[in-house]
Design a binder for this molecule. Structure first.
Ligand code: AMP
Length: 280
């Protein structure tokens, strides 16, 4: 594995690879890698000759009151994990090179960003799209792998790829969970012992809803009530529990074939998200 931190060197490597007719699959991350990230890397290998993983804790997608400063970082361990996974290139750009003092551009994908996480984190997705657009221009991948865990992010990046004509194929990779169902997340480490147990109520809610929806599609309100009661009885502060059309995040309607149930909750100060796509 080669570690690159210079943008120019990364672009040079990608251009050389293209000249050699080698395809690139790219997994962007903020590091503190867990099995969710590693599954994306495994998936990436199926799509290309070369796998590039980036680690960059992107300040622009955190609001002032969020956890940018305390976001967990462990580059040494991340690098070992990537090495074990036989990643070809680990790209760890420097903040000053990504965002020099005179940096002034934005990329905004309107519409899909004004619900779910976009409501409680209004500038979040603009932070995501600017860094992803930059990384696309630097890494020049043929395929990118994103996790379904951040489903709204997947749809927004997909729309950006289409609107801005990036010649990139986006693959959505399934959610990897702990044995008790909690979705793996770098932020799980913030949970204390009680919160860690309570947090399993998120996955229990998703499974309950899926079962009910398959049996009794009519009564969404009842399912919603049961889920929110379950979450609240586990001391979760609800940001949202929403049923959406998974295709475009439009409001759920009977007849939708793929229904997204998305949940965002706080246990103490830790905000967790999860979702399920229910096929009916
Ligand atoms: P992050 O480092 O949190 O920005 O995540 C980097 C990528 O890993 C994103 O595409 C996430 O959706 C994906 N990811 C995070 N957690 C999981 C998980 N539990 N299972 C699968 N993918 C995940």
């Amino acid at each position: 594995m080669k570690t690159i931190s210079s943008i120019e060197e990364m672009q040079f490597f990608s251009t050389e690879s293209k000249h050699k007719n080698l395809s690139i699959a790219f997994v962007p991350t903020m590091g503190f890698l867990h099995e969710g990230h590693l599954s994306l890397i495994e998936n990436a290998k199926k799509y290309a000759d070369i796998v590039v993983v980036s680690i960059f804790v992107n300040s622009k997608q955190f609001a002032e009151n969020e956890d940018f400063g305390s976001y967990p970082r462990d580059l040494k361990r991340d690098s070992e994990l990537c090495e074990d996974k036989k990643v070809d290139i680990l790209f760890i750009p420097e903040v000053d090179e990504m965002y020099p003092n005179d940096f002034s551009s934005t990329v905004k994908v309107s519409g899909i960003d004004n619900h779910l996480c976009g409501i409680s984190r209004p500038d979040h997705f603009e932070g995501v799209t600017i860094v992803v657009a930059k990384l696309f221009n630097i890494v020049r991948p043929d395929t990118v792998i994103f996790g379904q865990k951040d489903y709204q992010q997947c749809l927004i990046v997909q729309k950006m790829i289409k609107d801005l004509n990036f010649p990139i194929n986006l693959i959505i990779s399934p959610i990897i969970r702990e044995v008790d169902g909690l979705a793996k997340s770098s932020r799980n480490k913030y949970l204390n012992e009680d919160q860690r147990k309570q947090a399993t109520s998120i996955y229990r809610s998703l499974c309950f809803a899926e079962k009910q929806m398959k049996e009794d599609l009519g009564d969404i309100d009842k399912i919603y009530k049961e889920i929110t009661n379950l979450l609240k009885s586990n001391d979760a502060e609800i940001d949202y529990v929403e049923f959406k059309n998974a295709e475009d995040l439009s409001p759920f309607k009977h007849g939708n074939k793929h229904i997204l149930l998305a949940i965002a909750v706080r246990f103490g100060t830790t905000r967790l998200i999860d979702n399920i796509i229910i096929e009916v």
